[in-house]
Design a protein around this ligand. Sequence first.
Ligand code: BG6
Ligand code: BG6
Ligand code: GLC
Ligand code: GLC
Length: 917
Amino acid sequence: MFAVHLMAFYCSKLKEDQIKKVDRFLYHMRLSDETLLDIMARFQAEMQKGLGKDTNPTASVKMLPTFVRAIPDGSENGEFLSLDFGGSKFRVLKVQVSEAGKRKVQMESQFYPTPNEIIRGNGSELFDYIADCLADFMRTRGLKHKKLPLGLTFSFPCRQTKLEEGILLSWTKKFKARGVQDTDVVSCLTKAIRKHKDIDVDILALVNDTVGTMMTCAYDDPYCEVGVIIGTGTNACYMEDMNNIDLVEGDEGRMCINTEWGAFGDDGSLEDIRTEFDRELDLGSLNPGKQLFEKMISGLYLGELVRIILLKMARAGLLFGGKKSSALHTKGKIETRHVAAMEKYKEGLANTREILTDLGLEPSEADCIAVQHVCTIVSFRSANLCAAALAAILTRLRENKKLARLRTTVGVDGTLYKIHPQYPKRLHKVVRRLVPNCDIRFLLSESGSTKGAAMVTAVASRVQAQRKQIDHVLALFRLTQEQLKDVQGKMRAEFENGLRKDTHLTATVKMLPTYVCGMPDGTEKGKFLALDLGGTNFRVLLVKIRSGRRSVRMYNKIFAIPLEIMQGTGEELFDHIVQCIADFLDYMGLKGAQLPLGFTFSFPCRQTSIDKATLIEWTKGFKATDCEGEDMVDMLREAIKRRNEFDLDIVAVVNDTVGTMMTCGHEDPNCEIGLIAGTGSNMCYMEEMRNIELLEGDEGKMCINTEWGGFGDNGCLDDIRTQYDKEVDEGSLNPGKQRYEKMTSGMYLGEIVRQILIDLTKQGLLFRGQISERLRTRGIFETKFLSQIESDRLALLQVRRILQQLGLDSTCEDSIVVKEVCGAVSRRAAQLYGAGLAAIVEKRREDQGLEYLNITVGVDGTLYKLHPHFSRILQETVKELAPRCDVTLILSEDGSGKGAALITAVAKRLQQAQKEK
Ligand code: BG6
Ligand code: BG6
Ligand code: GLC
Ligand code: GLC
């Protein structure tokens, strides 16, 4: 009995002594909770640094955006290929997700070796090898010639700007193939795959193994929002709020961040806890100075750390009676699986003896106990460090969600975690101690990261299909050079039709004589009233022109024309106009003054003199009754009479294009074209009298108001008109009319956009498939919104805000699409304008028999003025289509009121001269 007690005492004393000895030797590796909390705080700061735009470049923890935005929702489906590369094993898999609505995943896989000469050889050979394995897999499974999407799990730090791209920042662990760093691994692999003509694979997603693991676990547990790998290497990812990720545009929802925590401490921030053993291990590694946190934790390094420690202890005479073996001197002889075996609960001691003996050592009982304890300290430190970093992530998640308590699931994978008998328990316990306000479920990823990678690929494949649908719609708006040339040619033909007597009446481009026969010469002077009706604003103006100095002073007032008046009776409309004039005269203190008046009336009118203008038909948003076929000057005069308060001398009626040309011509006599890109679309120009068959006389020139908005009304543009153009036309006040205008001007571009958005929403490609009341509302996209949305300076968030102001509840993805739609529609408009303008300048060049033409165009209109790209695209198009014309566009700063006054001045002078005769 006594002997037994003595024995027991001896044994426990022996154990205690050995443990004390090791504890003393490895004192620095034992981390208190206080230290762990400190490390946790440091890691929190590192995460913040990695997420910041300015601080990221120097951050050691890179916090890489993964472009994985949501965890699986069960709707994923399809058949995918998957590669799992970068862990201890390389696998190729086929994954079948969710068959016939069932939430089920089937996988077939095959392991392939990764020989050192491949993973540390030439980069292109490495990718050729991976592609060969893939091809082999596909051939043996009968998948040749079947087009399959592929998800690539690539377990190294990659900088991504989209899901299907990843620039390798650096190799880690035991990989070091040449010439791959800083290149996109997806394109490297794609290139290698293309060499196999019998397989057809599209790499849709690149995911880190942490991400794959999180997604795998999230498929079974939707609470899972963290993925951790404790295997050959170590790392973690988690779902971060978009508004905390500076490096990616958008603030909505979340995105998975691959922390690459293995590099924590690479900037020296963990030097106080690193030991001489860690430093020695690092020096002997493939990447000295890098992945310092990983080197204290992961499977590739634990065994080696133990070996270094044992060697040092032996050297110090603390183990094996001071004897060492050559195996103990050899790098890599102790592996993680050995550490795990030595720490087994029951067989551990026996395993230790066997392992040490295999290393050529002769361990005593005491040695075995001491070595076992070394293993425990090393692996416990690993779990402690992992726990501290994980606790930091969990705290961040809890704070992001502003919760007092967080319930969450952490998906875990990796051989160390899986094969080490004590590791998971220790890790869980420490994490729970460090973050007592989190309820954490740890979920082992049974099926590796591939299942998750397939989920990501499934989503990517859906997005790709949707992208194709969107591109298909936008392609309808992309005009080729040939198509634009064709438009130019047809427009040119229509100009001729409009000018010729026999075709004039049926021409869609009406080519209306304006009775304006010359440009201002600087001698014009006097005080005039002007009206400017038909653009966005109705204005009444007083214009004072001083001769000689070409100086003009203007006073104006904008008046509203309510919709019910625009579309009421003609009498009401003109009474309203006269009311506005009366208000203006009052306001200017001009009551009773009898001033000559110039009337800018921006609708197609047939004129027989400068002060006679029969409205042919309303365009744009006007539809007052009893006006078409009537003389607008008469109607205005009658309204003035009806009011019986003042008299006005209406001298001239001009189209806004003509007013604009005159306004600009006052400054630049070379200005012989007026262009409006505003609510409506139109152009006027100076034509040779001899070409105007409708009028007598061959001398000099006259301005022709082309009314090109009606171009295409005979169907000649049908080949480029889209279903959306037709819908806009059908919903307009004048169906079938003004087709070119409806493809180009401000009043309609927003409507085209709206029709496209409705269609994309119907197809489930936008606004979550929900067509809101707002989207059904006509006219919500005014030119100014279109212009704002397309501004380059605008961040995505601002686009989203504009859309939200318009009542459209758009996500960031929606906003990108809306911006693209706006861009496609406005680009086509600018190009069509370019084709029209090219037609007229070429005509002018040819008519004058010039090799080269130098001409100025006066332009006005909100579309031209506000849109960020319109004028550039317009000019580029003219240059391409009319290369022998040097066209200068000048913006009319003063509106067409000034031009109308100038015309009035000339007309008044002529009137006077005639009277005197
Ligand atoms: C596997 C995953 O289960 O675990 C891999 O499928 C991952 O993607 C690996 O890289 C990590 O563990 P280890 O120990 O193989 O590096
Ligand atoms: C104004 C002119 O500047 O531009 C108007 O004074 C013209 O005469 C208008 O109709 C065209 O642009 P919008 O965008 O107002 O139709
Ligand atoms: C290394 C890699 C990292 C990976 C981890 C686990 O740390 O850099 O990307 O997730 O190993 O495999
Ligand atoms: C419409 C009108 C036209 C005007 C143009 C620009 O096309 O018909 O007369 O010039 O809009 O306002």
